[in-house]
Ligand binder design. Structure first.
Ligand code: C5P
Length: 242
């Protein structure tokens, strides 16, 4: 495989735990120089902003995965609050529309600390049938392309998408539009409930900028060792990394 610009901080470990105590056990095994972490709705709802600040104080870059979707004013204020917490990345739903995304982008620009602002296109849990049910006749792929283009025009830094959509998106939207991909599974790992899985190396090869990895690391008996194995495999595939 060709050498890529991969650096080890392109892995985002999803802290999908019901409470801070369990998340702290994993954090103690992770190195903020090696990876970033993602805090989602469950952990944030239970442990709140003070836990986010605690994780940042440990030296981790935090992706606050709140997927905001509301009227423009409310989303802008929420995104500003996230920026003021000091998170590295925060996201909104592209289906909230251009006015909502522009308001969010403006709020980030007004903040002292400016996180990357990312839009969720179509949830990977949604099929064509699910889209039809909410009145959308497009295929998930068409809808992803439409929303990603709208997100770019509305000032977003990038989108969350499946690694299977990465090459088409970077072709259409440019290689500097940030593509964040969950649904990552090292070869041989269980897919769990993810439907369209891609290995870490294949996702990077396709052009994914950041890989969100949860259960393959969090459910392993030795998370630190598992992360190291993932790094080794990537190093093996891509050669000497920066
Ligand atoms: O455990 P697993 O690696 O499947 O975790 C993936 C993480 O990415 C979860 O936190 C999930 O909420 C998140 N995610 C996803 N699909 C999306 C957006 C976010 O799996 N479209």
């Amino acid at each position: 495989m060709p050498k890529s610009s991969f650096d080890t901080k392109r892995i985002i470990v999803a802290l999908d735990y019901p409470d801070a105590a369990q998340a702290r056990l994993l954090l103690a095994q992770l190195d903020p120089a090696q990876c970033r972490v993602k805090i989602g709705k469950e952990l944030f709802t239970r442990s709140g902003p003070s836990f986010v600040e605690e994780v940042i104080a440990l030296g981790f870059d935090v992706f606050l995965d709140m997927k905001y979707h509301d009227i423009p004013n409310t989303v802008a204020k929420a995104v500003l609050a996230a920026a003021e917490l000091g998170v590295w990345m925060v996201n909104v739903h592209a289906s909230g529309g251009s006015e909502m995304m522009q308001a969010a982008a403006e709020a980030v620009r007004s903040a002292k600390h400016q996180p990357l602002l990312i839009a969720v296109t179509v949830l990977t849990s949604m099929s064509a049938q699910d889209l039809a049910e909410i009145g959308l006749q497009a295929s998930p792929q068409e809808q992803v392309q439409r929303l990603a283009a709208l997100a770019k025009r509305s000032g977003m830094d990038g989108v969350v998408c499946s690694a299977q959509e990465v090459s088409a998106l970077s072709e259409n939207l440019g290689s500097d539009f940030v593509l964040v991909t969950p649904g990552i599974r090292p070869e041989g790992d269980s897919a769990d409930d993810q439907k369209r899985i891609v290995t870490p190396s294949a996702a990077l090869q396709a052009g994914s900028h950041y890989l969100v990895i949860g259960r393959p690391i969090t459910k392993d008996a030795n998370p630190r060792e598992k992360l190291n194995t993932i790094f080794q495999k990537i190093h093996g595939d891509f050669g000497d990394l920066c």
